[in-house]
Ligand binder design. Structure first.
Ligand code: NDP
Ligand code: DA3
Length: 327
């Protein structure tokens, strides 16, 4: 069978990650990259495929099996997702938690009409962490679920800062509050507000002449991203940014702390430790691109989340081989 033909829409950290991840999946191949920038200004890592103008993307609908959307959640994906689901099967890592149902509805409408599959929020949170929160709550109905991230760089939050007028570069680090983790790990099952679980720390490079306090205020009051957190903002120069903020480690864990039967304490924990947040997220996107291709071939249409997609569809192994490896 022919390799699954994958294309990238939007070439940033995730776009580079997808380009790299596809090299680890021989049943798939990159056939093109689409960018809103001039194609000649976009340099790929090392794959010899064309870079096209996003404006021409509709012309390639018969050459692409799955389009992986690597734009930013704050402003790119809400517009690009429904638009591209008219022409392609798509996968994205949409992560504006407060707006997931809006995005789902917009993708569902576009994909139902065009007969495509549009998968949203296929990353690690939302994505793999979402699946583990569901398992925990379905299996231990009497209990509490906690999610902790970092210390690490959140791409969604960094992207959100980059979209503020006058910002040249941005890195946002998420820091878990250790006292909260200790209380959760003790089995106390505490009630914790958003502000009691994490703090956020931003490093921002501004373009010349841009007022720091205006940008600081825009960040710390930003709904869905920073308003509910204690947030620090540091303004630095580009040289310092390039030196100190070019790697994107992250990680985190989901804990379900519950009880069964005669009040037996049961704990489920799922964790990630990531050298590169974007490369890991892109590896999730590529596995889900395989699943979306198979769903489309089977006649499925519409919007899908990780909850709707059977794990076996992500694997390059056959169902029989997977069954042999069940234990
Ligand atoms: N669910 C999850 O677990 C995760 C989700 N994410 C999501 O992934 C999204 C994308 O993250 P990330 O790839 O880091 O974002 P980037 O800022 O690197 O890229 C976003 C878009 O910006 C454009 N762009 C990239 N580089 C440049 C540049 N030098 N000049 C101008 N434009 C540029 C690209 O579009 P174009 O090529 O068209 O110019 C690109 O698609 C995040 O917003 C986040 O929401 C990320 C990690 C985990
Ligand atoms: N979507 C996040 C992935 C995780 C990390 C995170 C955070 O640090 O707030 N929330 O979810 C990202 O863009 O990195």
């Amino acid at each position: 069978t022919h390799p699954i033909r994958v294309a990238i829409a939007g070439y940033g950290n995730l776009g580079r990650g997808v380009e790299a991840a596809l090299k680890q999946n021989p049943d798939m191949r990159l056939v093109g990259v689409f960018s809103r920038r001039a194609p000649t200004s976009v340099t790929l890592l090392d794959t010899d495929v064309p870079v096209y103008a996003m404006a021409d993307i509709e012309q390639y609908q018969d050459e692409v099996d799955v389009m992986i959307l690597c734009g930013g959640s704050k402003t790119d994906l809400p517009e690009q997702g429904p638009y591209l689901a008219q022409f392609f099967n798509t996968v994205d890592s949409f992560d504006t938690h407060a707006k997931v149902n809006d995005h789902y509805a917009a993708l569902a409408q576009s994909a139902q009409k065009s007969g495509h599959v549009a998968m949203l929020s296929g990353g690690w949170d939302p994505g793999l962490f979402s699946i583990n929160r569901l398992y925990g709550e379905a299996i231990l109905p009497e209990g509490k679920t906690y999610t902790f991230w970092g210390k690490g760089l959140s791409q969604g939050h960094s992207d959100a800062i980059r979209r503020i007028a006058g910002v040249q570069s941005a890195a946002q680090y998420t820091l878990p509050i250790e006292a909260a983790i200790t209380r959760v790990r003790s089995g106390e099952q505490p009630e914790l507000t958003t502000r009691e679980k994490h703090t956020r720390e931003c490093y921002v490079v501004l373009k010349a002449g841009v007022d720091e306090e205006t940008v600081r205020h825009t960040i710390v009051t930003m709904p869905d991203y920073f308003a509910d957190y204690d947030t620090k903002v540091h303004f630095i120069d580009q040289a310092s940014f390039d030196k100190d903020h070019s790697t994107m480690p992250h990680g985190g864990f989901v804990i379900r702390s519950g009880v069964t039967g005669d009040n037996n304490k049961q704990t489920i924990e799922y964790g990630l430790t990531l050298d590169s947040n974007p490369e890991f997220t892109s590896s999730v996107l590529v596995a889900y691109a395989r699943a979306v291709h198979r769903l489309a071939l089977s006649g499925e249409v519409g919007a899908k989340t990780v909850f709707d997609i059977a794990p076996s569809l992500l694997s390059a192994k056959s169902p029989a081989q997977l069954r042999e490896e069940l234990l």
